[in-house]
Design a protein around this ligand. Structure first.
Ligand SMILES: [Zn+2]
Length: 326
């Protein structure tokens, strides 16, 4: 072989080897950079989790403020109270809970007829004249403006409060009515419905609790009747926590619009929290058209809370407005 040819082959071999070594090094260095980017990713995950926990706490504390200011509006415990107190005795941490032996609920010593006696703060439960719920009848039919709903998909957590199943929502959803914007804080379920319409009760009801910037409350009630599966209810039931009292952050986002009936007409009146301390000045809107959920979905709630509805209260001549029929 020619000497120049041999030199060419030698140089080419060296170049190819160098290229191979470089490639191998590049691969290894990129491989060694994987742990670094994985570390970044897990840091991001941690940051995100922290942010989520903080935002959940924020929602929870909002709800707590709501409840404290007398607006939670949920059902009361009942048969679960004894189980709960047993649990409390087994895990002795809440000195606070031991200080108030009778907890409000829907049966026994904490039943609605005793609410006013449980605390001086609850006077209105017995003495108020603008209490909720009511049997809605004799409303005046007028052209009510449509409620403007703005419920974007929202992060949510589900909590079994011991009196109802409640869904806490991330900030962002709201409704606007009479020029006022109320932010959606939480919604929860009752069985049977607390509201009646011309004497008729419904299998279940859901209360969407809203609060405006001044702290005024607006509750939108949707009546639920036996029928086909309700997708949003199913999502909530799928995410029911196993333990009471702990908000369980659910994966994904919730589209609260799925809870609204097609017919936008509604009844409206001024009422109260339907739970202690029964504070008044709450704007109620009750959607006229019920939404369906399946018998199985009702049964699941019934296993937790067979009855968590306050009886209807005297309407005492209050004005009730009703959308004109379509
Ligand atoms: Zn309620």
């Amino acid at each position: 072989m020619d000497r120049r040819v041999r030199k060419f082959i030698r140089l080419t071999t060296v170049a190819v080897l160098a290229a191979l070594v470089h490639a191998a090094w590049a691969e290894e260095s990129s491989a060694s950079s994987v742990p670094a980017s994985a570390a970044d990713a897990s840091l991001d995950v941690l940051r995100q989790r922290l942010a989520e926990r903080l935002s959940t706490k924020k929602v929870d504390s909002t709800v707590k403020v709501v409840a404290k200011a007398g607006k939670g509006d949920q059902g009361g415990g009942s048969k679960d109270e004894s189980a709960r107190s047993r649990k409390k005795m087994a895990e002795p941490k809440p000195a606070l809970a031991l200080a108030s032996p009778v907890v409000w609920g829907y049966a026994g010593a904490g039943a609605p007829e005793h609410w006013a006696n449980l605390s001086p703060d609850n006077k209105l439960c017995a003495l108020g004249t603008r209490q909720s719920p009511i049997d809605i009848r004799d409303g005046i039919k007028v052209e009510l403006e449509k409620v403007q709903f703005d419920y974007p998909p929202s992060a949510f957590s589900v909590i079994d409060t011991g009196r109802t199943v409640q869904v806490n929502l991330a900030a962002g959803g709201s409704l606007t009515v009479m020029g006022r914007r109320f932010e959606l804080v939480q919604f929860h379920f009752h069985r049977p419905s607390e509201e009646r319409i011309n004497g008729r009760g419904f299998d279940m009801g859901v209360h969407l609790v809203h609060k405006d910037a001044e702290g005024r409350l607006a509750v939108l009630a949707v009546l639920l009747e036996r029928g086909r599966d309700q997708p949003l209810v199913q999502t909530i039931w799928n995410n029911l926590p196993l333990e009471k009292g702990e908000a369980l952050k659910a994966p994904g986002l919730l589209d609260v619009n799925q809870l609204l009936p097609e017919d936008p007409s509604y009844f409206t009146y001024m009422g109260s929290l339907a739970e202690p301390p029964c504070s008044e000045g709450v704007l109620w809107m009750v959607m006229r058209q019920p939404v369906q959920l399946s018998a199985n979905q009702i049964d699941i709630f019934s296993k937790l809370y067979p009855m968590n509805a306050r009886p209807v209260q005297a309407s005492s001549g209050r004005l009730i407005k009703e959308s004109l029929s379509r």
